[in-house]
Design a protein around this ligand. Structure first.
Ligand code: ADP
Ligand code: MG
Length: 529
């Protein structure tokens, strides 16, 4: 081959066999999460290199912890991670639909339909699906929010935990919502999750404000501070540490003393500056020296040290403060405002609770073991994502596969109107959406094909609201999902269909895979110390 010299150390697969390999990788990946879908989904036990274990029902957690090297499988994982970031939920569904689209595409490729045409058919079908989604969406009432948050927790943990976490997620989302000119914005990253081992899940609760497991650095500092100003320092109040390469020429007996005295004076100046700024609260990322602590306590400033950068960022957002790197240079405009700041001892651990104008909330996640805690944290994050999305857009879709069956029916009719071969792509897309009700049935021990046929028949023969008929897995039969309260936010269903299509199309477009060949004779590079 003419490209041989350049691709000397490369393995290459092209055309159909590349596509086949890639589709196999995508399906293998979907196979790994398939059994976790839905309320009857099973858990996975994940074991890492160090033998640590994690039991989870969360598709994205499974995928992100898996050591997957195939580049296409990684692309699918990325699609589900994007879904996770944008929508927080619907990750397993995204991967399943994407793999199903690819599998259906492969049938067409073997019948000599070009992948590019299939991809065009997918695009057309996706655009139409989004229109139909809007038609099928229903406007929610307040109590639906709790139901949708609960649906997102289906299959995760015990039912009493689901109800508790769903309620806490709805409360947390309300605590952090903000009115902006563009509408309500609820950013789930403004809710902090503080895990506490010991205790039971039932002790999990929501606290208004930001909670950190920290104690003020001096007993004499006020335990409770009322409204005031706060300064956030991306550093500390410390004497310069004596570095190894630092050299002081001691020429006369007093030099070292005066050097030390100068250092203390510098600390005093910093505290003076803080007093002038009139702050009541100080949080530093690094340490605060003993001398400075006493001075700060005398000045009546409540101070905390070694505050994690992520907490400083949350404080900055909540208080409207700017992080400063040097105290000397801090200005009044860098300060933020807080409503109250108090130190409380819970159990035997000191906690610092700050309430700010911009809201902010902390989930105190309790659980008896690390494994339980991890699942509480992840489940809450899912439900919180759902609750936040619902504040931004209150539309809902029927769950339990109802929406996917209804979409597939509409899409098949639409496909018939496409004159070219793209029609086949659009049909393949429609069929792929039905993977959701099929797998939901499968995981509940029901026959996937019979169940799907029952659902379609129920929707065809039902009345006006028949597109809400899905699979009620608590009672294992088709039912009206709206009446059963099995609901999902519109934004999440929409995003999962968009993400699945995106990933499938980008994989269909690849017809050449170049792998760098590993050279076994190459000496291993020694690890850097
Ligand atoms: P994902 O990672 O895609 O969110 P889940 O394991 O959370 O996967 O499963 C979500 C699916 O389970 C959705 O299609 C949802 O409608 C469905 N589901 C949740 N609760 C029920 C229920 N009680 N009956 C039927 N389907 C349900
Ligand atoms: Mg889910």
């Amino acid at each position: 081959m003419s490209d041989a010299p350049i691709l000397k150390d490369t393995e290459r697969t092209t055309g159909r066999s590349a596509l086949q390999n890639n589709i196999q990788a995508a399906m293998a990946l979907a196979g790994a999460v398939r059994s976790t879908l839905g309320p009857r989904g099973l858990d996975k036990l994940l074991i890492d290199d160090d033998g640590r274990t994690l039991v989870t029902n969360d598709g994205v957690t499974v995928l992100e912890s898996a050591k997957v090297e195939h580049p296409v499988a990684r692309m699918m994982i990325n699609a589900s991670s994007v879904q996770d970031k944008i929508a927080r939920d619907g990750t397993t569904s995204t991967v399943l639909m994407s793999a199903e689209m690819l599998q259906n595409a492969w049938h067409l490729v073997t019948q000599d339909v070009h992948p590019a045409i299939i991809a065009r058919g997918f695009r057309m079908a996706e655009a139409y699906a989004h229109e139909v989604l809007i038609e099928l969406a229903l406007h929610s009432e307040h109590h639906h929010r709790l139901l949708a948050a609960q649906t997102s927790l289906a299959g995760k943990g015990h039912q009493s935990m689901q109800l508790l976490l769903a309620q806490l997620a709805v409360d947390a989302a309300e605590a952090i919502q903000m009115n902006t000119p563009a509408g309500i914005v609820a950013d789930p990253t403004r809710v902090k999750i503080l895990p506490q081992s010991g205790g039971s899940i039932g002790d999990t609760r929501l606290v208004t404000g930001l909670v950190l497991a920290k104690n003020r650095i001096h007993e004499d500092m006020p335990r409770v501070a009322g409204a005031g100003k706060i300064l956030l320092v991306d550093g500390g109040i410390e004497r310069r540490s004596m570095k190894n390469d630092m050299k002081i020429n001691v020429t006369s007996p007093g030099v070292l003393e005066s050097f030390r005295a100068k250092e203390v004076e510098l600390l005093q100046q910093q505290v003076e500056h803080l007093k002038e700024l009139g702050i009541g609260l100080l949080a530093c990322k690094e340490g605060i020296d003993e001398e400075a602590r006493v001075l700060l306590a005398k000045a009546g400033i409540q101070a905390f040290r070694r505050v994690a950068r992520s907490d400083l960022d949350l404080l900055a957002r909540g208080c409207g403060a700017t992080l400063v790197s040097e105290i000397k240079r801090s200005k009044a405009s860098d300060l933020g405002a807080f409503i109250s700041s108090k130190n409380e001892t819970w159990g035997s651990v000191a906690h610092w609770i700050v309430e700010t104008e911009e809201g902010g909330a902390t989930l105190i996640a309790c659980g008896s073991t690390e494994t339980v805690l991890g699942e509480v944290e992840r489940s809450f994050a899912d439900a919180l994502g759902v609750a936040c999305r619902m504040l931004e857009d209150s539309r809902l879709m029927a769950g339990g596969g109802a929406t996917h069956v209804a979409l597939a029916r509409r899409l098949r009719r639409y496909a018939e109107s496409i004159p070219g071969r793209e029609q086949l792509g659009a049909e393949a897309f429609a069929d792929a959406l039905e993977v959701i009700p099929r797998v939901l049935a499968e995981n509940a021990g029901l026959d996937p094909i019979d169940t799907l046929l029952q659902l379609v028949a129920a929707q065809v023969n039902g009345g006006d609201d028949s597109h809400y008929i899905g699979l009620d897995l608590l009672n294992r039969r088709p039912a009206n999902m709206v009446e059963q309260g099995i609901l999902e936010p519109y934004l999440i269903t929409r995003q999962s269909i968009a993400g699945a299509t995106e990933a499938a199309i980008s994989i269909l477009r690849i017809d050449d895979v170049l792998w760098a060949r590993q050279d076994p004779t190459m000496a291993e590079v020694p690890e850097m110390e």
